[in-house]
Ligand binder design. Structure first.
Ligand code: ADP
Ligand code: ZN
Length: 434
């Protein structure tokens, strides 16, 4: 028997979904126009008024929002309601310069948690399950999102948060966890750690995992499924739209259903902004149809993917997105943390280094390595190893405080990083993520 968390809406016909979306968008555009002066200005500049939006087909008339807008409007400029109506703030992982702060009313939280509950049920979850959540708790959306979803489903929730693998394994084994929620790299790491401790896949009670927040490949999926003896499901989301659960995988494992009753998805050409037809590859853009606290319209995710309405064997009718196939900006996700080369450059300049550097990212034994090669200035270069190590340490700390994760710093002699004749090659990402 197939299980759904909200069967009626998850299996509604295309026409029914459209009807809901059309009703919601008319109200939502009016709401945003009336409550968010920042977006009202953008609409006025574009010559669009709420009356112009009669259905989701008219969404293309609306202006886009980008991370730059979020930064400019930080912190309250895109708030949709009085702060007193909001009950929660969440924020993106890691970054200082580009931190996104999102606000939630109780209704927003319920909607988000319901989306996560749909994902858990799609992965086979029910009130019988023990859901171990080892996404980080706190400002990061991973922990709170899946935690809330698990509560809605009525599963027994283990709010582990991230880290402390010994304790994760002890609880997993002693308390018979059946569903594991974390980043795919951490899942792979747990798999290895179990094997190191002499456990076979059949020794644990896990049956499924819900993994997301960073790119992962089919090969990685197979590795995780084998090492843990589970079925591994992808989940996608971003803080700007709420968090994980915007889209989730079903048992068919051929893409993630987008919760279309709450999020309207478009694929655009990242260069021209033109909306592309279904099946074409481009940048994913989301319009939240009913959020109150942080109601973003036409938010450009910078994630490149393809949408498909092909009938799914699970019975769900919502449009599916492929795994993100890349980004239309230079953001990297390293150990689950969003990192921009521009932040690294800013730290180097602040610490008095020339902007001659190279970032090398790789994935070794399922975890990301992060190295930065930096050219020293002649006056700082020293033959004494301890001098160089002290400088590397200082730079590592400065990077850590900016990025939230610490790279391995390699100071190299002046003029040793290869100069490029065209655009400098700043980033060498050896991970095969797509
Ligand atoms: P998260 O809590 O998911 O890390 P952020 O807002 O910090 O949220 O980052 C969102 C970005 O993370 C997305 O735009 C996308 O690039 C990436 N991401 C999230 N989930 C996935 C996934 N399942 N596969 C690939 N990338 C993902
Ligand atoms: Zn499906």
């Amino acid at each position: 028997m197939k299980n759904y968390y909200q069967k009626e809406i998850e299996t509604a016909s295309y026409e029914e979904i459209r009807k809901i979306q059309n009703e919601k968008i008319v109200k939502q555009v009016r709401y945003v126009y009336d409550n968010v002066p920042y977006y009202r200005n953008l609409m006025e500049k574009k010559g669009v008024s709420p009356e112009d939006i009669k259905s989701v087909d008219d969404i293309k008339k609306l202006p886009f929002l980008t991370k730059d807008d979020l930064r400019e409007a930080y912190p309250y400029g895109l708030l949709g309601t009085d702060l007193k109506n909001c009950v929660r703030i969440q924020s993106t992982s890691g970054t200082t310069g580009k931190r996104v702060v999102a606000f939630y009313t109780q209704k927003d939280i319920d909607m988000w948690e319901e989306c996560c509950a749909r994902a858990i049920v799609a992965a086979g979850g029910s009130a019988e399950d023990v859901v171990q959540v080892c996404y980080g708790y706190g400002l990061f959306t991973g922990g709170p999102g899946l935690n809330g979803g698990s509560h809605k489903v009525g599963s027994l929730t283990l709010p582990m948060s991230s880290g402390n693998t010994d304790r994760q394994i002890q609880f997993m084994m002693d308390l018979d966890a059946t569903i594991l929620c974390c980043t795919p790299s951490y899942a792979a790491y747990i798999g290895e750690s179990l094997a190191e401790r002499g456990y076979k896949p059949k020794d644990n009670k896990l049956k499924a995992g819900i993994f997301g927040a960073e790119p992962w490949t089919e090969e990685m999926r197979q590795g995780i499924e084998k090492s843990l003896g589970i079925k591994a499901y992808d989940i996608y989301g971003l803080t700007e739209t709420s968090g994980p659960g915007v889209a989730f995988e079903c048992e068919e494992q051929t893409g993630m259903h987008i919760n279309e009753d709450h999020f309207y998805a478009e694929i655009i050409d990242p260069d021209t902004g033109e909306v592309l037809p279904e099946g074409e590859k481009g940048e994913l853009v989301f319009t939240s149809l009913d959020k109150e606290g942080f109601p973003l319209l036409r938010y450009r995710t910078k994630d490149i993917c393809i949408l498909s309405r092909k009938k799914c064997s699970c019975g769900r009718t919502h449009v599916k997105m492929t795994k993100p196939l890349g980004r239309s900006d230079d953001m990297m996700i390293i150990r689950g943390v969003n990192v921009f080369p521009s932040q690294i450059e800013a730290v180097l300049l602040k610490e008095g280094y020339p902007p001659n550097y190279q970032i090398v990212v790789d994935r070794v034994n399922n975890s990301d390595t992060f190295d930065i090669y930096v050219e020293c200035t002649p006056d700082r270069f020293s033959d004494k190893i301890s001098d160089m190590q002290a400088q590397e340490k200082k730079l590592n700390l400065a990077m850590r405080s900016m990025l939230g994760i610490g790279p391995k710093i390699h100071l190299v002699a002046p003029k040793t990083i290869e100069r490029s004749e065209g655009k400098a090659v700043r980033v060498i990402d050896k991970r095969k993520l797509h």
